[in-house]
Each structure stands twice: as C-alpha cells, then as structure tokens.
Design a protein around this ligand. Structure first.
Ligand code: AMP
Ligand code: GLY
Length: 428
C-alpha cells in the first residue's frame, strides 16, 4: 500500500520511521516533510491546508492511506474531505476535532458527561470574564478558546495579570481563536500525557509518556510545545491508567458517539494528577510532539494495522506490544525559542549521533541545502532520542548523542526525565 503522511515535525519523522518499517507499506510519501524525513520517504511540497492538491496527489499516486499529523488540517476538515473522496485516513472529522479546536466545547462536554476537569466559565466579552475572575480569586488560568499554537494559555498569579490576559486575548492577538475565553480553576499536581487510539467506539490506550513544557531546566521559563519527553511515565501507574480510561477517555468516546460525531484517530489527554485523582486539562485530537518520538521507539508491533483499524472501526481486534525498555527524547531548539530565532544555521554531527547504539535523531524544523547539509529552519529543530533499560540509562545515552551534535545556534534542556530518574533512584 502507498501511504502519505501529512506534516513536517519531529512527530511526523517518528511516525514515518515507524510506518516505513511496516511490511504493509510499499511506498511512503510525506507532505511537506523535512530534512530528516527526506532520507526515508519521498517528500512532496504540498501545503497541509491545500485539500484539493492533497486529494489530487492521493489519486495520482494510488495512496491507500493518509496519516494526518498536525491539528490544523484536522480541525479544517481534511479527514471529512478524504472520506468523501473514498480515501482512507487517520484522524477525526472536523466536528470531532472540536475536542482540540475549542476549549469551551470540551469543557461543556466534560460538564455534561461528568468528566473530571477544572471548574470554568466561558465568556465572549471581557467585562463578564473579569467579574468572574474577581469572584474566584487567583491563581487562575485564562485561555483563548481556539487553536493558538500552544500560546493562548496564561496562568495568572495576580488579578492584574488575569485582567491583562483577558484584554490581550480580546485584543485580537490570537485572531479567531481569541473570540471567546475560557477561565478556569488552577489545578495543582503533576502533568502527564495520555494517548488512546479510538475508532469511534473502542479506545485502546498506548504506552504512557511525560512531556517537559517549560523551556529551561528545573521547569522554568515560558511554556513551549515540549522540550523533551520520556516513556514510560512511572507516575501513571496501572491503577491511574485504569482510572483515566474509566473516568475520562471512555466517557468521552461514548459522548462523542452519542452526539453523532464519533471520535476516530488518537485522543491525547493532557492530565493533571491531583490529590483527588486525574483531571483533564485539555484534549488534543492528534499525536503529541515530542511524546510520539518516544512512543514509536518503544512500539514493538507494526503500527499500520492499528492505524487502519481506527478508520475501519476494528480496533477491538488490535493488540499492541511495547518494549520493556524506556525511551527518552531531548529537543534541540534554536536559541531564542519560544521567542524569535535565527534561521538557516548549519548543524553538523547528526550522523555521528545517529550511529550510537539505541539512538535515533528525529528532525523537526530542518531542511537540506543543495549539498545535503542540514539547516535549522524552525524553533524546535532536532529530537535526539534513545532507549535504555531505565529512563536514567536512556537519558544518559540521549545526552551522549546530544554532545556529538555541533550546532552553536541551538540549545537544549539538560534535565529531561528528571522526575522519572529521581523516582528510579528512590526505588533502588
Ligand atoms: P493547555 O494548552 O490547555 O494544555 O495548557 C497549557 C499548559 O498550561 C498545561 O500543560 C499546563 O501546564 C497549564 N495549565 C492549563 N490549564 C491549567 C489548569 N487549569 N491548572 C494548572 N495548569 C494549567
Ligand atoms: N507535547 C505536547 C503537544 O504535542 O501538544
């Protein structure tokens, strides 16, 4: 079967790497891809929101399955369009992708179906939001309703900060995403990422993972898309996983089905593990980045039958096997990220890093010049990923690989995996 992957990040490189290993796949394409994906798939310069061009490409290249990576084409209805054309794909319809596309939609769904999440209010005007905040007090969390590339969430410690956040969102800075705000109670606890494949009826949990959102060591500095991740996440014990499935994932899948908008693809729950139990922070309707990089390193089974089963509604027949080993990925980002950064800086040493045992360097924002040199063109640029017997061993190997990469214009955190490594040390 010919397969097309949509996207250009480290998540898509890891998905391409795993999909390329499937005996079911004869030819792999990626649109638009990046400087790493081009080594394992044929990259096609299609825009992820140009649905006509994507459909035309699928038809002229006998594409049997399309794997959609990022949220924008999902929320804009790429899967609906591919369905109409009779092309199988992975991901939710535009209506089901509202779980990610509108925070207010998800909060209302949680309220209606009793799914644990922070108490909240939804507002279309600033004054009403400010009255609500004054009544609730701080700390409090202010969010733009729509997709804001992870930048529309402000954790306000004072009333002034909360008021400024409301004004900022309604100022138009976030475009249509800021037409409404969600204000919610601040939850305390440890965060974890939870993924379940869904076929509209059945949910199949994947291995556990934890992300590092803050840009600097010791979880300091602004939030980013994720500076590193590891799997398994020991904080997600079997008992907590069972609870998350029962209290959060399964009721959501049932609710979406009962609304006539069944959820297919991967449901990615951002969780806060509070003293009273797991609470949903938010849903994403796609795989996590960089969590996918560690999940793909640990997945033993062929991924293609599982992806196809989410479309066909046969997930109840799929079983996934995972390696016992841990995996950890360190994100190398351009100096300045998540703010402005330089582009087209040269990176060397990737081959040497890749040659280390149990290491894969996945590319995110890279391209190759005419001579094949790797240039950085994004904020998050490389995902240096390793496996090991423990998270600590995977961490040591990943940083050994990072040390071989020569890129003066880039940086990374030096403490990815710290919570799990501390837990491992305590239990030794
Ligand atoms: P979101 O885009 O909704 O996942 O929010 C981004 C980040 O903000 C989360 O990963 C959390 O670190 C933080 N956050 C969001 N909502 C809350 C909340 N209600 N309480 C505490 N932290 C939150
Ligand atoms: N790493 C978090 C995300 O993909 O949104």
């Amino acid at each position: 079967m010919n397969v097309l992957v949509i996207g250009s990040g480290g998540r898509e490189h890891a998905l391409c790497w795993k999909i390329a290993a499937s005996p079911l796949v004869s030819k792999l394409y990626c649109a638009p891809g990046n400087g790493g994906i081009s080594q394992i798939a044929e990259c096609v310069p299609l825009k992820v929101l140009d649905f006509d061009a994507i459909v035309a490409f699928c038809q002229s290249h006998q594409i049997g399955f399309v794997m959609v990576g990022p949220e924008d084409p999902l929320v804009a209805g790429l899967v609906d369009r591919l369905d109409k054309e009779g092309i199988k794909s992975f991901g939710p319809s535009a209506k089901a992708a509202q779980l990610e596309g509108s925070k207010g939609y998800t909060k209302d769904l949680c309220a209606e179906f009793n799914i644990p999440t922070a108490a909240y209010g939804r507002f279309a005007d600033a004054d009403a939001a400010k009255i609500f905040i004054a009544a609730k007090g701080t700390p409090i969390v202010v969010k733009a309703d729509g997709l804001a590339a992870g930048k529309g969430v402000i954790i306000a410690m004072t009333l002034d900060e909360a008021t400024a956040a409301i004004d900022e969102i309604f100022s138009g800075k976030f475009g249509a995403a800021g037409a409404e705000v969600v204000v919610e109670e601040f939850l305390e606890g440890e965060e974890a990422s939870f993924f379940a494949l869904c076929d509209g009826t059945t949910a199949l949990p994947l291995a556990t993972a934890q992300d590092h959102k803050r840009v600097f060591d010791h979880d300091r500095g602004p939030n980013t898309g994720g500076m590193g991740a590891y799997s398994p996440a020991p904080v997600l014990t079997d008992a907590i996983v069972a609870r998350v499935m029962r209290e959060i994932i399964e009721p959501t899948v049932a609710a979406m089905k009962s609304r006539g908008t069944p959820f297919k693809g991967v449901l990615f729950a951002g969780l806060m593990l509070t003293k009273t139990g797991p609470q949903l922070i938010e849903y994403n309707a796609r795989f996590g980045d960089p969590e996918t990089q560690v999940l793909m390193m640990r997945l033993k089974s062929d991924i293609m039958p599982a992806l196809i089963a989410t479309h066909d509604g046969t997930l109840d027949k799929v079983k996934l096997e995972w390696k016992d080993e841990a995996a950890l990925t360190v994100v190398m980002a351009a100096n300045g990220y998540p703010g402005p950064y330089e582009k087209d800086t040269e990176i060397n040493g990737i081959e040497a890093a890749n040659a280390l045992p149990q290491v894969e360097v996945f590319h995110a924002g890279t391209r190759r010049d005419a001579d094949g040199n790797v240039l950085a063109i994004g904020g998050r640029v490389l995902n240096v990923t390793a496996t090991g017997a423990t998270v600590g061993a995977a961490q040591a190997q990943a940083y050994k690989a990072v040390a071989l990469i020569d890129w003066p214009e880039g940086f990374c955190r030096s403490d990815i995996g710290w919570r799990a490594v501390a837990r491992e040390k305590r239990s030794m």
